[in-house]
Design a protein around this ligand. Sequence first.
Ligand code: HEC
Length: 132
Amino acid sequence: MKQTVFVGGLAALLFAASLARAADPLDAITAAAQADKSFSGFSAARGETLFRTKGKDWSCSTCHTADPRNPGRHTVTGKAIQPMAPVSNPKRLTDPAKVEKWFKRNCGDVFDRECTAREKGDVITWLRSLAR
Ligand code: HEC
């Protein structure tokens, strides 16, 4: 009897743990990038360049600053934006839905198009490479 309760409790615990550990946003982006046969890995250097490249009016760094370890500011609303680099803000780049939503919106605002999977992976790789 006791054992059944224990096993049930353990299963519930494992289930809760699997829910808590969300997928890494980079996993789906990597799979999408690999659909291109010429893909040979992400590049932090390319990600940094993209982040600082001006599109129509803005670059990513317009709101997120050229050093995304620092807090940014929305260039239109003036609202504060938490740092984008995970070293300063560990919640960044952990939620696939949030990451996709904002890449879509921000690449649209900056470049008037969606970013490719390779570009997204490059930017994430660069942001994650930043240390103190
Ligand atoms: C006009 C201002 C602005 C520009 C320009 C901008 N962003 Fe953002 N970005 C935001 C805001 C606002 C949020 C959502 C608020 C937050 O998460 O702090 C956000 C969130 C994000 C997130 C979500 C990260 C996470 O896990 O929390 C990513 C990724 C991102 N931006 C990437 C980019 C990239 C790449 C560019 C350039 C193509 C860019 N942003 C340009 C304002 C901007």
